[in-house]
Design a protein around this ligand. Structure first.
Ligand code: SAM
Length: 244
């Protein structure tokens, strides 16, 4: 009886942001593990203007993943590309705690130390508290952000015009965006235009036709198994920070 009631509550909250996704329960171990984690940045706002100093080799390009979830993406790409420094951020301790464990496992299997990756708790809606004009990010990844289908919630989308405008302050290269959601994908075209980005590439079926390297995320796997096509685009600010 108790179980049925709990499940009902979880189902209801799934519908609130429109994500048919994996809900995550409270994990009491997550915050203490993150507090003790050497590659977790505990107060991201303290690094505003000096993110390049958190890596031992700061001559490498810096890529940033927003809403990294359980770390399926970052734990693959950071191993595949030791020549790049990565920062992955999420709003939830439970998600970032799992990302931390997945990263530790991936680096242990590769017999490497996690010297090219950092993780941090950050509400991306307030990203300007931790990333500023002095910072330089060579690529942003947004993978399967919450679609927020209700009109009154759309401003929370990580691809909303307001968000895209704030990323421009520190983005020197491209933004790579993947989603399963047609409405979010198509409405994002307008957000990119309004925020002063140019869309360099787009596809409604990433797995059939993209020439780009694709690292499958946990939501991507789930949506693909459900038969959904994965949408993908690459965009770049028109007034590129590098050309200023
Ligand atoms: C649908 S999941 C996708 C996770 C992962 N990127 C993937 O592709 O499997 C969305 C993730 O974004 C995070 N998120 C949602 N809103 C956020 C915000 N405002 N700031 C930071 N992370 C956010 C959630 O906690 C969740 O981990």
């Amino acid at each position: 009886m108790q179980k049925t009631k709990k499940y009902a509550i979880i189902s209801k909250s799934k519908k609130m942001n429109g994500v048919n996704n994996m809900r995550i329960r409270h994990k009491p171990w997550a915050k203490p593990e993150l507090d003790a984690c050497e590659f977790c940045v505990h107060v991201p706002s303290e690094n505003k203007g000096k993110w390049n100093t958190v890596f031992s080799d700061n001559t490498k390009p810096l890529y940033l993943e927003l809403g990294c979830g359980k770390g399926g993406f970052i734990s693959q790409i950071a191993i595949l590309h030791p020549e790049i420094n990565f920062v992955a951020m999420d709003i939830k301790n439970e998600m970032l705690g799992l990302a931390k464990r997945n990263l530790e496992k991936a680096y242990a299997e590769a017999e490497r130390t996690p010297d090219n990756v950092r993780i941090a708790i950050q509400n991306i809606e307030n990203i300007e508290t931790s990333w500023g004009e002095v910072d330089r990010v060579d690529r942003i990844y947004i993978n399967f952000c919450n679609p927020w289908p209700k009109k009154k919630h759309k401003k929370r989308r990580l691809t909303h015009t307001r968000q895209l405008s704030s990323y421009k302050k520190f983005l020197c290269g491209e933004l790579w965006f993947k989603t399963d959601d047609d409405e979010l994908f198509e409405e994002s075209f307008e957000y990119f235009e309004e925020a002063g980005y140019e869309i360099l590439y787009k596809t409604w079926d990433l797995h059939s036709e993209s020439p780009y390297e694709n690292i499958v995320t946990e939501h991507e796997r789930m949506f693909t198994e459900e038969g959904k096509k994965i949408k993908f685009l690459i965009a770049k600010p028109l007034d590129n920070k590098d050309s200023e």
